[in-house]
Every structure is written in structure tokens, then in C-alpha cells.
Design a protein around this ligand. Structure first.
Ligand code: CP
Length: 295
């Protein structure tokens, strides 16, 4: 059902398709194979990445494939001014799939329109980060046993955070999910993302949620440094905040963190962000497996 398709937005997937990805990821957790032997995946990263790029790279290797591409525009002809159109045309001739991270909203959709092979959006501007959302859902399901009927807090930069946008879109597919947003007014979730409860204080939300999804302020996407100075450090979750948390509360974060989660949270049973990120390899193996129709 996903073979030869691109993944540009989480809205491209139905609930059944999301669950298929999560189930396949579970099956592939510790799996190594030769499914991708003699096939190549392009990793085109126009923006910095630690987790997304390297978990895709690991996924490609664990499935027996090889990679091409670049981890910044500097070492490629992008530095000479080559357009996204021409770069995608070339890599779609060399490779079986393209994983693309780009600073411009909509870049992945544009790439999918010109590519002959599946495009996987690894983050486009402030718009979407669908593969992150799949691993976020994987972590939610692993820790809570379900996704529906949960109360989920989302804290931080909800205006420019692409992981938030695709996560909220996905949660709408699961009945009974309540979304509590915690942000300053200047970084509020746009109303176009649908109904949600608005909060300003972290302390008000912690006792009533099953999952708290923290995000960093997207300094690089704010209009200027003055705007950043107004909101920097506004939320700093620490272990003391968690005294009134539900016992099963899990703290998630797409990472990297800056100062929004104090390291003293790491040792609490609520911290799950490193396990969440580790699940990215299985989820990305599942995506390659399904989108490329591997056997
Ligand atoms: N979560 C995430 O996208 O991390 P990277 O920017 O390190 O890929």
C-alpha cells in the first residue's frame, strides 16, 4: 500500500498506514538483512542533522544498501548555485530513493513533483517532519500501549517547530486524544492545526498529561535575535516539576535539546527522549522497506 510512494507530509498517510509503519518497525527492530543490496539511497541534507541523517544512514546499512549525497550544501554543486530541481533530477537518476532535508517550507513537495523515485521528507523549514512523527508515535505506543484516548502536552516553540506540526496532524487521526499546548503567545500553535487547549505554565499541565512533548525554541527560524531574546529559556523542565506527574508520564523531545530539559530529568523514570531517538532506526528501516517495496 505504500510501495513507490513519497512521504512528504504526515497527512499523506492514513491511520492504517501509520500503524503499518509502526508494526513493521517493531518487526525490524533488531533485524539486519540484504533487502537493499545493490541499491542506493540519497541523503540530501541542506540543513544540519545528527539524528535524522545518521539513523537513516544506519537503517540503509542494516538493510544492506549504500548511500550517496551530502550533509550540507558546501561539498556539492549546491555551493555553485545548482537548483533544487536539478539536484533532485540528478539524484533520482542515481538512486532508488531520496531523503531530503531543506530549510524551505514545501521543498519536499516540490522535489516529489520532479523526482522519478520516492522522496522522503526529513524536515522542510517549519512545515513538516513526518519521519520524526512516526518515531514519536512509535515511542508513545511503546510507553503507553496505545495512542488513542491519551492526554498529550506539547511545550515550547509550537509556531516554528515542524515536529510539532506533523505530530499534531497525526494525533488528529487517533480518537480521544486531547492536546494541551504550552507556549508563549508569540510561539503559539497556529489555529489551522485544529482544536487544542492553550496554557502558559508548565506546572498547570504536568499533572494532567500522559505524555509531555518538549521542543526547543527554533532560534534559526525566528525573525531576528530580539525575538529570540524575548522567549529564550522560557520553559526549563526539571526533576522537581515532576513530583506531581502521573506515574506513567513520559517526557519526549525530538532533540537536540538546548536548555528546556534540565539534565536532572534524565535520571527520572519519566525521561524517554533518548530511547525515542533510538527508535528512529527501526522506523526508518520500516519506511525504506515499505516505500521501496523490499522483500
Ligand atoms: N529530531 C531531529 O530532527 O534531529 P536532527 O536535527 O539531529 O536530525
Amino acid at each position: 500500500m505504500l510501495k513507490n510512494r513519497s512521504l512528504v507530509s504526515i497527512r499523506d498517510l492514513s491511520r492504517a498506514e501509520i500503524e503499518l509503519v509502526l508494526d513493521t518497525a517493531h518487526k525490524l527492530e533488531n533485524h539486519r538483512g540484504r533487502h537493499l543490496e545493490h541499491r542506493q539511497v540519497a541523503l540530501l541534507f541542506y540543513e544540519a542533522s545528527t539524528r535524522t541523517r545518521n539513523s537513516f544512514l544506519t537503517a540503509v546499512h542494516q538493510l544492506g544498501g549504500s548511500e550517496a549525497g551530502f550533509s550540507s550544501g558546501e561539498g556539492s554543486s549546491v555551493a555553485k548555485g545548482e537548483s533544487l530541481h536539478d539536484t533532485i533530477k540528478m539524484f533520482s537518476a542515481y538512486c532508488d530513493a531520496i531523503v531530503l532535508r531543506h530549510p524551505r517550507d514545501g521543498a519536499a513537495r516540490w522535489a516529489a513533483d520532479v523526482s522519478d523515485v520516492p522522496i522522503i521528507n526529513a524536515g522542510d523549514g517549519k512545515n513538516q517532519h513526518p519521519t520524526q512523527t512516526l518515531l514519536d508515535l512509535y515511542a508513545i505506543r511503546a510507553t503507553q500501549g496505545r495512542i488513542e484516548n491519551l492526554s498529550i502536552g506539547i511545550m515550547g516553540d509550537l509556531k516554528y517547530g515542524r515536529t510539532v506540526h506533523s505530530l499534531v496532524d497525526a494525533l488528529r487521526l487517533f480518537p480521544g486524544v486531547q492536546i494541551h499546548c504550552i507556549s508563549p503567545d508569540s510561539l503559539a500553535l497556529p489555529q489551522s492545526y485544529g482544536p487544542h487547549q492553550v496554557h502558559h505554565r508548565l506546572e498547570d499541565v504536568i499533572p494532567q498529561v500522559d505524555v509531555l512533548y518538549c521542543t526547543r525554541i527554533q532560534r534559526e527560524r525566528l525573525p531576528d535575535e530580539a525575538e529570540y531574546e524575548k522567549v529564550k529559556g522560557i520553559y526549563r523542565l526539571n526533576a522537581a516539576h515532576l513530583h506531581h506527574a502521573r506515574p506513567h508520564l513520559k517526557i519526549l523531545h525530538p532533540l537536540p535539546r538546548v536548555d528546556e530539559i534540565h539534565p536532572d530529568v534524565d535520571a527520572t523514570p519519566h525521561a524517554y527522549y533518548f530511547q525515542q531517538a533510538a527508535g528512529g532506526v527501526a522506523v526508518r528501516k520500516a519506511l525504506l522497506y515499505l516505500l521501496l517495496g523490499l522483500q
